[in-house]
Unconditional design. Structure first.
Length: 161
C-alpha cells in the first residue's frame, strides 16, 4: 500500500478516500424515488468539508474508517475492494458490517452511516420532498469554518475566492 495521494478537488480526502466515499453514497443513499439521488448532491464535498472542520484526531480516525470500509469485503467473503464491488455487494457488505459482532466493523459502519445521513438530509434539495420548508432563519449565515473551507477550496482550484 502506498502513501496518501491528494485529490485535486478536495482539501482532506485523497483519491482513494473519494472513491470510497462515492461508493458509500451510492450504496447507502437514495438513487431513485421521490428523494434526490445522493450522488447528485455533492455529498463527497460535504464530507470533505466536515472532515476539514473536525479535530485532527477525529479526521485521522475517519480516514482510517474509510480504509476499513474499502477492504471490509474481504472479511465478509468477497474478493474485491468496496469501491469496486457491485452495488448489491456493497449493500450486503455494509449491512454485514452494521450487525457484525466485531465491534470495529459495527462502529465504523454506524459512524459513516450517521455522517452521510447528516450531509444528505441537511441538503436543501431533500427538504421539500420531506415536507420541511427550511429553517426559520431564511438568510443562511454559514459558520466561519464553512467560509474558510470555501475560500481554501477556491484557492486550490485556482478560482477567485
Amino acid at each position: 500500500m502506498t502513501g496518501f495521494e491528494p485529490h485535486p478537488r478536495f482539501l482532506v480526502l485523497g483519491r482513494r478516500e473519494v472513491t470510497t466515499v462515492d461508493a458509500l453514497v451510492s450504496a447507502l443513499l437514495p438513487t431513485d424515488g421521490g428523494l434526490p439521488a445522493g450522488d447528485t448532491l455533492g455529498l463527497t464535498e460535504a464530507v470533505d468539508e466536515q472532515l476539514w472542520a473536525a479535530a485532527p484526531t477525529l479526521r485521522g480516525e475517519f480516514m482510517l474508517a474509510l480504509a476499513l470500509v474499502e477492504y471490509a469485503p474481504f472479511a465478509f467473503g468477497y474478493w474485491s475492494r468496496f469501491s469496486t464491488c457491485s452495488a448489491e455487494t456493497r449493500e450486503t457488505v455494509f449491512e454485514a458490517m452494521l450487525v457484525s459482532k466485531r465491534d470495529s466493523f459495527a462502529r465504523v459502519a454506524s459512524a459513516i452511516k450517521q455522517l452521510l445521513a447528516i450531509v444528505y438530509y441537511t441538503n436543501p434539495a431533500t427538504w421539500t420532498v420531506l415536507g420541511y420548508d427550511g429553517p426559520w432563519v431564511k438568510t443562511a449565515k454559514p459558520p466561519p469554518s464553512a467560509v474558510r473551507y470555501a475560500q481554501l477550496l477556491s484557492e486550490k482550484r485556482g478560482a477567485p475566492a
